[in-house]
Design a protein around this ligand. Structure first.
Ligand SMILES: *Cc1c(COP(=O)(O)O)cnc(C)c1O
Length: 419
C-alpha cells in the first residue's frame, strides 16, 4: 500500500457534537469512549508504562507541558483518562482524577488542597479509614480536624474556624443510612470560604449528584458500585478544572495512580451502573419492608421506609429525573437480643457472603460493631447508635426471594437461641 492510512471518521468524533446534550444513561455508555486507528468497538486497554516521542524536541515540549500528549502512565494514560471523563460527565463536574483506591482518592484530595496549619470539618459518620487518615496521619503533619454529628447543622457551623479549608461528609452514612442536607451544609461552607467534599459511594451518580446541591468535590471508592462485581480496587475524585489541577498535581508526584486494566474494568462497570442500581435498590426496598414487618426485628434502618427519620430529605436529594425513587442498596437492622443473637443470624445465612464489602452483585452481611466499627470505643459506638445487635446487609442481584429465604434462616436462628 503506497497510500498513507487515512484518518478514520471515528465514532467518538461523530459523537462529540451531540454528547453534551445526552442524558446520564447515555453518558454512562458513551462519554469518554476512545478508539484507535484499528477501529475497535470496545475501548482498548493501553497497557503501557510509557509513551514514545518522535523527536527530542517533542519530548521536551511534552515534559514542559507546552503541548498535550501522553508521557508516562502514572499521570497520563488514555484508558484511565477515558474512565475519568466518563465519571466527570456522570457527576456533572468538569474533571475527574482516578486513583489507586478510594482511600488514595481521599488522601490525594487532601494532599493536593491542604498544607500544615489548615483545618477540616468532617462528619463523624464516615468510613473508618477516612476518620483514621484525618485523626492520626494528617494530624501528625499539622492538619487538624474537627468531627461533628452529620445531622447537627449548628455543630457544622460552630466547628468552622478561620483556617478551615475543607468540609467532608458521606450521605447516606454507613451503616445507619443517616442523611445529611448537602445544600444546607454547602451553603454554610461557602459562606466561610470552605469547599465541601461529598463521598458519594452509597448512592453513586446514578441516584444522587451532590453537585446539584452545591458540593464542590465528589469522590468515590470505585471498588464498590462503579465496578459492581467486586473485581478491582480503585477511586476517583471529580471537581472543577481549577480544584482538580491541584489534586492532579499531587497525584502526578504522589503516585497513587489507577492501573489501565482497573480503569477499563470500571469504565465497563459504569455502563451497567444505572440498571444495577435500579435492580439492587428495588430488592433492598422489598427486603426492608419485609424485615420491618417481622417479629424478632426491632428496627430497620433504610431511607426508603417512611418510618426512617430522614425519609423526606433522602427523597429530595435523589436525582430529579429518576422514574421512581431509589434509596440505595444498603440496609441495617437490629435483631431482638444481644450480640450473640446478631451473630447467630449472620451464621445461619447460606446465600449471603459474610464480608464487610458492599457494592457487589453478590449480597453481603456483616456485624458492624465488631468489624467495620470495631476499632471505635464503646462510647463512640454508643453515640453513633451502632448497637451490638445491629446487622448490615448490602443487597446484590440474586433473586429477592432467595435473599429473603436466607434472612428467614437468620431470623429463625437468632430467635431460637433466645428461648
Ligand atoms: C470503601 C469505601 C472507601 C474506601 O475505598 P477503598 O477503595 O476501599 O480504598 C471510602 N468511602 C466509603 C464510603 C467506602 O465504602
Amino acid at each position: 500500500m503506497k497510500e498513507k492510512q487515512k484518518p478514520q471518521l471515528d465514532r467518538p468524533e461523530r459523537l462529540r457534537s451531540v454528547l453534551d446534550d445526552c442524558r446520564p444513561d447515555t453518558l454512562a455508555i458513551r462519554a469518554g469512549e476512545i478508539r484507535s486507528v484499528e477501529g475497535e468497538h470496545r475501548d482498548p486497554i493501553y497497557a503501557t508504562s510509557s509513551f514514545v516521542f518522535t523527536t527530542a524536541r517533542e519530548a521536551a515540549a511534552r515534559f514542559a507541558m507546552e503541548e498535550p500528549g501522553n508521557i508516562y502512565s502514572r499521570f497520563t494514560n488514555p484508558t484511565v483518562r477515558a474512565f475519568e471523563q466518563r465519571m466527570a460527565a456522570l457527576e456533572g463536574m468538569e474533571r475527574g482524577v482516578a486513583t489507586a483506591s478510594g482511600m488514595a482518592a481521599i488522601l490525594t484530595t487532601f494532599m493536593g488542597l491542604l498544607q500544615a496549619g489548615d483545618h477540616i470539618v468532617c462528619s463523624r459518620s464516615v468510613f473508618g479509614n477516612t476518620h483514621m487518615l484525618l485523626n492520626k496521619f494528617l494530624r501528625r503533619v499539622g492538619i487538624e480536624s474537627t468531627f461533628v454529628d452529620q445531622k447537627d447543622y449548628r455543630a457544622w457551623q460552630q466547628a468552622m474556624q478561620k483556617n478551615t479549608r475543607l468540609a467532608y461528609l458521606e450521605t447516606p452514612s454507613n451503616p445507619l443510612c443517616h442523611v445529611s442536607d448537602i445544600q444546607q451544609i454547602a451553603d454554610l461552607c461557602h459562606e466561610a470560604g470552605v469547599k465541601l467534599i461529598v463521598d458519594n459511594v452509597f448512592l453513586t451518580p446514578a441516584l444522587q449528584r451532590p453537585v446539584d446541591f452545591g458540593a464542590d468535590i465528589v469522590l468515590h471508592s470505585a471498588t464498590k458500585y462503579l465496578d459492581g462485581q467486586g473485581r478491582c480496587v480503585g477511586g476517583v475524585v471529580c471537581g472543577s478544572d481549577e480544584v482538580m489541577e491541584d489534586v492532579y498535581a499531587f497525584l502526578r508526584t504522589g503516585g497513587a495512580a489507577m492501573s489501565p486494566f482497573n480503569a477499563w474494568v470500571f469504565q465497563t462497570g459504569l455502563e451497567t451502573l444505572s440498571l444495577r442500581m435500579q435492580a439492587q435498590c428495588s430488592r433492598a426496598m422489598k427486603l426492608a419492608r419485609w424485615l420491618a414487618a417481622q417479629d424478632g426485628i426491632n428496627i430497620v434502618h433504610y431511607p426508603g421506609l417512611e418510618s426512617h427519620p430522614h425519609h423526606e430529605l433522602a427523597s429530595a436529594q435523589l436525582r430529579a429525573d429518576l422514574e421512581e425513587p431509589l434509596y440505595g442498596a444498603v440496609l441495617s437492622f437490629e435483631v431482638q437480643g444481644d450480640q450473640a443473637a446478631a451473630w447467630r443470624f449472620i451464621d445461619a445465612t447460606r446465600v449471603l457472603s459474610i464480608t464487610a464489602n458492599l457494592g457487589d452483585v453478590r449480597s453481603t452481611i456483616t456485624h458492624p460493631a465488631t468489624t467495620t466499627h470495631g476499632k471505635l470505643t464503646q462510647e463512640e459506638r454508643d453515640s453513633a447508635g451502632i448497637r451490638h445487635n445491629l446487622v448490615r446487609v448490602a443487597v446484590g442481584l440474586e433473586d429477592v426471594a432467595d435473599i429473603q429465604d436466607d434472612l428467614c434462616r437468620g431470623l429463625k436462628a437468632a430467635m431460637q437461641g433466645d428461648a
